[in-house]
Design a binder for this molecule. Structure first.
Ligand SMILES: C[S@@+](CC[C@H](N)C(=O)[O-])C[C@H]1O[C@@H](n2cnc3c(N)ncnc32)[C@H](O)[C@@H]1O
Length: 183
């Protein structure tokens, strides 16, 4: 697969892109479909790659920028979304906190050291402060937008000594320790 500098792990309908075919971006989403919304508008999710952001199929330190705009609307149980917002943006099902936690971890894993994660969150239902508890990484700056200023754009950077690298080191350390114990 072509090497691109940017990975969008939940591109959806690519609504915030100037160019939906921007060659610098690897577009990923767990869905691929086209439909007509209830208001008659055509809508499609056509990623370059269908994959899950809790298990991103790329090597560590692969991208200079990762874009993470996960679903922000909750859905009770596991019923199929029917409202146009759920169809467009997907939904958060039971266990969503764990899903977003893994998503953050995976985004930082595939980011190069010194690379940036752009995270977008609409806090109509869940406050951004609750979401920030799901990662040990701290954003550098952010901006609020939207009619009610409830859409947050946050910028993180993967640092040399980020929690992810510590985790990796500890995993290696314990693996080596296990081998020493067995020999
Ligand atoms: C808020 S929308 C993204 C909107 C997009 N940024 C845009 O500009 O139109 C969230 C997207 O996350 C996708 N998604 C939900 N769970 C996912 C997962 N585990 N892995 C990858 N994509 C996922 C949904 O299919 C949905 O398209």
């Amino acid at each position: 697969m072509t090497k691109k500098p940017i990975l969008d792990v939940a591109c959806g309908g690519k609504m915030f892109y100037f160019d939906k075919n921007d060659k610098r971006v690897m577009f990923m989403d767990s869905r691929c479909f086209e439909t007509t919304l209830c208001d008659g508008r055509y809508f499609e999710v056509k990623p370059d790659i269908i994959a899950d952001f809790t298990d991103i199929p790329f090597e560590d330190n692969s991208f200079s920028m990762v874009v993470f705009d996960p679903p922000h609307l909750r859905m009770n149980g596991d019923k199929k979304p029917t409202g146009y917002q759920h169809i467009k943006y997907g939904a958060l099902y039971n266990g969503w906190q764990d899903m977003l936690k893994k998503g953050f971890k995976e985004c930082f894993r595939v980011l190069k050291t010194g690379g940036f994660l752009i995270f977008k969150w609409n806090e109509t239902e869940v406050k951004v402060s609750e979401i920030l508890k799901l990662t040990d990484e701290k954003p550098i700056f952010g901006h609020k937008s939207g009619k009610r200023s409830n859409t947050h754009w946050l910028c993180f950077m993967k640092e040399e000594n980020s929690k992810h690298i510590c985790d990796e080191f500890m995993a290696m350390f314990y693996e080596k320790l296990g081998k020493v114990g067995k020999s």
